[in-house]
Design a protein around this ligand. Structure first.
Ligand code: HDE
Length: 735
C-alpha cells in the first residue's frame, strides 16, 4: 500500500508543479491540506524553528492535523461510512433522531462562529521571526533583545479598526499592527497601530469613540467608514482628537499594502535593565519596502474589485517568497528628558519628534510563513498589552491603563473562557507553569496533587522566579486620588500643526480632499462648522481650503484651553510618507499589458520579459479570455479588463501595433483602465503606436514633466520603483 501511495504521489507531483517555497505542496491546484514544507533552507519559514522554542518542536506542530490518507470519522473517531445521506425510516421516510452522525455535524456547524472583535474585527496575519541586531542589555533585560542575531518567532496580525469581520480592506481607517513575540521568557505583544498617536487621552472615552465611529445604532450604517454624522459629531466635540484626525485624513489611512506601512507602539513604555534602571521607550516598525499609499478614489473602487486586496497581497507575497520586512526602531529617553518637553509623554495624542529623540534600529522582522488555518491562527490569536516580559514595563499613560484591562477581558468572552492561552497560536513557546487550574475547555493535564503555593508536597514547585522574574518597576507615586488630566495634556493643536507643516504639497492636498469628502458626507451643517472651527486652530491654510471645498465661510476658531505653547520642533520631515521611499523592490507588484487583435506580439513579449526580470507580476489583459491574434504572434491573455480592472495594478503598458491601438482605442474598458491609471498617478508605458490609445483616453502624453508616462521600458521600470507621480493630480480631476 505504501508503494502504491508513493507512486500516486509521484504521479501527482509530475502532473503539477511544486511550490518552490513549500516543496511538499503540490502546485497551486492541489495543495496538501494544512501542512507546510519541511524547511529546505533555514531562512525560509525559519520562524517555526527558532531558538527560544523550548519544546524543540516547530511552534504549532502538535496542533496540526493532516488528513491525507485518512478515513473520515466523527469528532470522537468513529469511522463514518456514508457522508451523503442522513439515517431515515425508509427511503422516503422521516429522518431519525438516532442519527448522531448527522446531529454531530449540524450541531458543530451551528456553533462554528465566535464573536468578532469589537474593534479590529477585520484582519490578516502571518508568521515570521524577529532578529536582534545587537545586545540592548544596557537598556533592557528582555531576553529577545539580548544578543546579536538572536531570533524569536513572531505572529503578526494587521487589521482595520471600524469595519466588521467581512468588511473591505481599503476603507479610510487606522490599521492595527499587532506583533506577538514568542520569547524564551514568555509572550511579548506590541499591540500597535500604523499611526503613532491616538484619538483620545484617557481610556474612559474609548467606548464613546468606538460607538461614534461604528455603524450608527438605529440603522446599522455605514459599514467601515468614518464619513458619517456620529463620528464627526463626537470628534468635533473632543478637540484632543485633532492631531489623530490629521493622520487619519492623510494617506497613512490608505496603505498600498500592509508591507508598506509603519507600525507604532503609540504609548510610552519602559525599558528596565538588569540594574533596575529604567528609561522610557517608544516602539517603531519601519518597512523596508518604504511607506506607500493608495489614492482615495482607488480605495473605493478596490472595495468593489477585490475587497480582500490587502489580505491577498500579504498572502501572495509570502507564497511567492517575497517576504515583508520591517526594522524595529526604538526611541529611548529618560524621565528627566521627558520632564522638559512642552508635551507630556504620557499623552497618547502626542509623538516624541525624532528631532528630539532619534529612532535607533534594534532588529528586523521578516514575515515568511502564511497561517495554515485562518480561524485557528488569525481569528483566535489574542493580543494583549498585558503580555509583558521581564525588562519591559508600562508607563502611566491613562489610555494604556484601560488597555491593560481590556484585552484580557474581551478575550474571555470572545474566546469563551479563561483558558484561551492554551489555544495553540496563543500558547507561549516558553514553558508555562502555575497553579491556575480547570475552567471551561481546559486542555492541560496538570499532574500531581499540588495546585497551591507554598507547598512541600510538590517540592515547592513551581517556585517563584525571584530576581529573574517579571518585577514591576518601582516607580515612586505621589498625589491625591483625582479624576483629571495633567496640565500638559491641554494643548491639542501644536502637534497637529507640526504634522501639517511636515507634509509635502501633494500630501496636504490629499488631507484637504479627505476632510472635504468626509464632511460632505456629514448631513448636519453644525457638525461641519464645528469641525472647521477646530481646524482653524491647526492652520487656516487647511481650514480655509476645507471650507472652500464645502462651500462654507470660515467660522470663528474654537476656544483653546491654552493660548500658545512654545514647541521644540516646527517641522519634522519623518512625518511625511515621502521620507521612506523604500528599497524600490518591484517583486510582487502588478503590471497590466493591454492587448487586442493587432497589437505587436514582440513588444508584449519583450516588455513582459523585462518586467518579469524585476519580479513584477505581469497580467496580459484583453476584452475576453482566449487567444488574441497579435502582429507577429499569438498572445494568450491572463485575464480580462472586466475582472482585473486598473485599480488592481501598479502600472500599465500599451503595446505597439497600429491595428491593436485602433482596437484598444475603441474599447471603453481599455480607455477607462488608462484613465484610472492616470488619475491614480500610476506609471504608464506607451510603446510606439500605443501612444494613440492614451491620446484617445484624453491623457496629456506631451507633458514632459510627467516622469511616470514613459515610452521606454527602462524609464517605466524606474517610475514603478517610485510608485506614484502624485504631482500629476488636479482637483477635481479633468480625466
Ligand atoms: Fe485596542 N482593542 N484598545 N488599541 N487594539 C482591541 O482587543 C482598546 C488602542 C489595537 O489583531 C480589542 O482582542 C481600548 C490603541 C489593535 O487582535 C479591545 C483602548 C491601539 C487591536 C481593545 C484601545 C490599539 C486592538 C478588541 C483605549 C494602538 C487588534 C479585540 C483605552 C496602540 C489586535 C481585542 C488583534 C484590539 C481595547 C486603544 C491597537 C476591545 C480599551 C491606542 C492592533 O480589547
Amino acid at each position: 500500500a505504501a508503494a502504491r501511495k508513493a507512486a500516486a504521489t509521484q504521479k501527482l507531483a509530475a502532473a503539477f508543479p511544486f511550490n518552490a517555497n513549500k516543496p511538499n505542496e503540490i502546485g497551486e491546484q492541489k495543495p496538501k491540506a494544512g501542512v507546510h514544507a519541511p524547511l529546505p533552507d533555514p531562512s525560509v519559514g525559519a520562524s517555526t524553528l527558532m531558538e527560544g522554542n523550548s519544546t524543540g518542536k516547530p511552534q504549532l506542530e502538535a496542533a496540526r492535523i493532516d488528513a491525507e490518507g485518512a478515513v473520515l470519522t466523527t469528532n470522537f473517531g468513529a469511522p463514518v461510512a456514508d457522508n451523503q445521506n442522513s439515517l431515515k425510516a425508509g427511503l422516503r421516510g422521516p429522518t431519525l433522531l438516532e442519527d448522531f452522525i448527522l446531529r454531530e455535524k449540524i450541531t458543530h456547524f451551528d456553533h462554528e462562529r465566535i464573536p468578532e472583535r469589537i474593534v479590529h474585527a477585520r484582519g490578516s496575519g502571518a508568521h515570521g521571526y524577529f532578529e536582534c541586531y545587537d545586545s540592548l542589555a544596557r537598556f533592557t533585560r528582555a531576553e529577545f533583545l539580548s544578543a546579536k542575531g538572536k531570533r524569536t518567532p513572531v505572529f503578526v496580525r494587521f487589521s482595520t479598526v471600524a469595519g466588521e469581520r467581512g468588511s473591505t480592506d481599503t476603507p479610510r481607517d487606522v490599521r492595527g499592527f499587532a506583533t506577538k513575540f514568542y520569547t524564551g521568557e514568555g509572550n511579548f505583544d506590541i499591540v500597535g497601530n500604523n499611526i503613532p498617536v491616538f484619538f483620545i487621552q484617557d481610556a474612559m472615552k474609548f467606548p464613546d469613540l468606538v460607538h461614534a465611529v461604528k455603524p450608527e445604532p438605529h440603522n446599522g450604517m455605514p459599514q467601515a467608514a468614518s464619513a458619517h454624522d456620529t463620528f464627526w459629531d463626537f470628534v468635533s466635540l473632543m478637540p484632543e482628537t485633532t492631531h489623530m484626525l490629521m493622520w487619519v485624513m492623510s494617506d497613512r489611512a490608505l496603505p498600498r499594502s500592509l508591507k508598506t506601512m509603519q507600525g507604532f507602539g503609540v504609548h510610552t513604555f519602559r525599558f528596565v535593565n538588569a540594574k533596575d534602571e529604567s528609561r522610557f521607550v517608544k516602539f517603531h516598525w519601519n518597512p523596508v519596502a518604504g511607506t506607500h499609499s493608495l489614492d482615495w478614489d482607488e480605495c473605493i473602487k478596490i472595495s468593489g474589485a477585490d475587497s480582500d486586496f490587502h489580505r491577498r497581497d500579504l498572502w501572495e507575497s509570502i507564497e511567492a517568497g517575497v517576504f515583508p520586512e520591517w526594522e524595529l526602531g526604538v526611541q529611548v529617553f529618560t524621565e528627566a528628558q521627558a520632564e522638559k518637553y512642552s508635551f507630556d509623554v504620557l499623552d497618547a495624542t502626542k509623538i516624541v519628534p525624532e528631532e528630539l529623540v532619534p529612532v535607533v534600529p534594534v532588529g528586523r522582522m521578516v514575515l515568511d510563513r502564511n497561517p495554515d488555518n485562518f480561524f485557528a491562527e488569525t481569528e483566535q490569536v489574542a493580543f494583549g498589552v498585558q503580555n509583558l516580559v521581564p525588562g519591559i514595563d508600562f508607563s502611566n499613560d491613562p489610555l494604556l491603563a484601560g488597555r491593560i484591562h481590556s484585552y484580557f477581558d474581551t478575550q474571555l468572552s470572545r474566546l469563551g473562557g479563561p483558558n484561551f492561552h492554551e489555544i495553540p497560536i496563543n500558547a507561549p513557546v516558553a514553558p508555562a507553569n502555575n497553579n491556575q487550574r480547570d475552567g471551561i475547555h481546559r486542555h492541560a493535564v496538570n499532574r500531581g496533587r499540588v495546585a497551591y503555593e507554598p507547598n512541600s508536597l510538590g517540592g515547592g514547585c513551581p517556585f517563584q522566579a525571584g530576581a529573574a522574574g517579571f518585577r514591576s518597576f518601582p516607580q515612586p507615586m505621589e498625589g491625591d486620588k483625582v479624576r483629571g488630566k495633567p496640565e500638559r495634556f491641554a494643548d491639542h493643536y501644536s502637534q497637529a500643526t507640526l504634522f501639517w507643516n511636515s507634509q509635502t504639497e501633494y500630501e496636504k492636498a490629499h488631507i484637504v480632499r479627505a476632510f472635504r469628502f468626509e464632511l460632505t458626507k456629514v448631513t448636519v451643517p453644525a457638525i461641519r462648522e464645528r469641525t472647521l472651527s477646530m481646524l482653524r486652530n491647526v492652520t487656516d491654510e487647511l481650514a480655509g481650503q476645507v471650507a472652500e471645498g464645502l462651500g462654507m465661510a470660515l467660522p470663528r476658531a474654537m476656544p483653546k484651553l491654552v493660548a500658545s505653547v512654545k514647541v521644540e520642533v516646527q517641522e519634522s520631515p519623518a512625518l511625511s510618507l515621502t521620507a521612506r521611499p523604500g528599497n524600490g523592490d518591484l517583486r510582487g507588484r502588478h503590471v497590466a499589458i493591454l492587448v487586442a487583435p493587432g497589437v505587436d506580439a514582440k513588444s508584449v513579449k519583450a516588455t513582459t520579459t523585462a518586467l518579469q526580470k524585476e519580479g513584477v507580476v505581469v497580467h496580459t489583459l484583453a476584452a475576453r479570455l482566449g487567444d488574441v491574434a497579435g502582429k507577429g504572434g499569438t498572445i494568450t491573455p491572463d485575464g480580462t479588463l472586466e475582472t482585473m480592472p486598473s485599480v488592481l495594478h501598479d502600472g500599465v503598458v500599451v503595446p505597439d501595433g497600429e491595428e491593436g491601438a485602433d482596437e484598444l482605442g475603441s474599447l471603453g474598458q481599455a480607455l477607462e483602465f488608462l484613465k484610472d491609471q492616470y488619475r491614480h498617478a500610476k506609471p504608464i508605458l506607451m510603446l510606439g503606436a500605443g501612444r494613440a490609445v492614451l491620446e484617445e483616453a484624453g491623457i496629456p502624453v506631451d507633458d514632459d514633466t510627467d516622469w511616470a508616462i514613459a515610452s521606454q521600458a527602462a524609464s517605466f521600470i524606474d517610475a514603478l520603483r517610485k510608485h506614484r507621480h502624485w504631482d500629476r493630480q488636479i482637483d477635481p480631476p479633468p480625466i
